[in-house]
Design a protein around this ligand. Structure first.
Ligand code: FRU
Length: 320
């Protein structure tokens, strides 16, 4: 090859590799750092979320995953996220405590050209690269249709419902409320008893709010908890009041060792799967660092879990 042609070919090859392989070059020397800002680890669903995510990240020797714990406080999670930004992570993943308070720091990362993947609870901007989570309106609608059926079926349903809210400043709680009330509000025989009270996704708050509701209302037919811990807390309150047999309890999440087990014991009537999004988060982060396109929104599937399928799920998870 003539010297000139050789030089030209080399320049073309270098240009091509600059376009297609910039991340390869980094991978040989250093790891890709994925920083994940988790809002809390006080809830079992979050613990499972982190565990599955770490397991997925461990499959890729070129990936280092840093997980922070916001300790269920917006200010702590903002500080964690700022620290991940300062460390110059290659991708920022975040599952916000609440939408409004974490939007600023997400925008800060985007401003600094750090790719952002938002998981489970959304923020008030769509400038991120990718959102991964369940369809909470659909989950709410499915739970609402299930409640209507339990209370007598479309057009004939009758009963008093207590809805126990997750964190009101979060998109999942708003969407679970909205979806549920679509089928339920069509039924003139169904009455919603409580004004919205924030149970912040916590079993203890579900217990306390239900204890008050039980004192206030003689007839409660169904409780809709925005997650399984709240629904289970409400069940325990009803049990302590000797009224658990009169009431049906619906929750959301369906962790095998929580919601599914409570369904199997007859404590909850049904729960609806809300898959943890960490594994998908790692997969999409890898695509981003490799320069591959990612979808803006990835919706994880749901399904109802009740007496008909709970035993199988427990078996599949080595719990029966
Ligand atoms: C865990 C959790 C889940 C719930 C989700 C909603 O922190 O409360 O129980 O489904 O968050 O974002």
């Amino acid at each position: 090859m003539k010297r000139r042609t050789f030089i030209q070919t080399s320049i073309a090859a270098a240009a091509a590799s600059a376009v297609f392989k910039p991340f390869y070059i980094k991978a040989q020397g250093k790891k890709y750092v994925f920083g994940f800002s988790q809002c809390t680890i006080t809830e079992p669903w979050r613990v499972q979320f982190n565990k599955a995510m770490k397991k997925e990240a461990d499959k890729y020797p070129e990936v280092e995953l840093i997980i922070t714990d916001g300790q269920d406080k917006t200010e702590k999670q903002v500080a964690d996220t700022e620290s991940l930004i300062r460390q110059g992570v290659d991708v920022l993943l975040i599952s916000p405590k609440e939408s409004a308070g974490l939007t600023g720091v997400v925008l800060e990362a985007i401003d600094k050209k750090i790719p952002v993947i938002v998981l489970d609870r959304n923020v008030n901007t769509d400038k991120y690269n990718c959102f991964i989570g369940g369809d909470n309106v659909l989950i709410g609608q499915t739970a609402g249709a299930y409640a209507v059926k339990l209370l007598g079926g479309e057009g004939a349903a009758k009963g008093n419902i207590v809805e126990l809210w997750g964190g009101m400043g979060t998109a999942p709680a708003q969407d679970r409320h909205k979806g549920f009330n679509e089928p339920v509000s069509k039924e003139s025989g169904i009455k919603s008893l409580l004004q919205p009270i924030d149970c912040d996704w916590k079993q203890a708050k579900g217990y306390d709010t239900m204890t008050t509701a039980l004192k206030q209302f003689d007839k409660i037919d169904l409780v809709y908890g925005h997650n399984d811990p709240i629904a289970y807390g409400a069940y325990l309150a009803a049990k302590d009041a000797g009224r658990e047999k009169d009431i049906k309890f619906l929750g959301i999440d369906a962790l095998p060792d929580e919601g599914v087990t409570w369904v199997s014991k007859g404590q909850l009537t049904a729960t609806f799967v809300y898959a943890t999004p960490g594994v998908e988060g790692v997969k999409q982060a890898l695509k981003i660092v490799k320069g591959e396109p990612v979808e803006k929104k990835i919706t994880l599937p749901t399904m109802a879990v009740d007496k008909s399928n709970c035993e199988q799920i427990l078996k599949d998870n080595g719990l029966a």
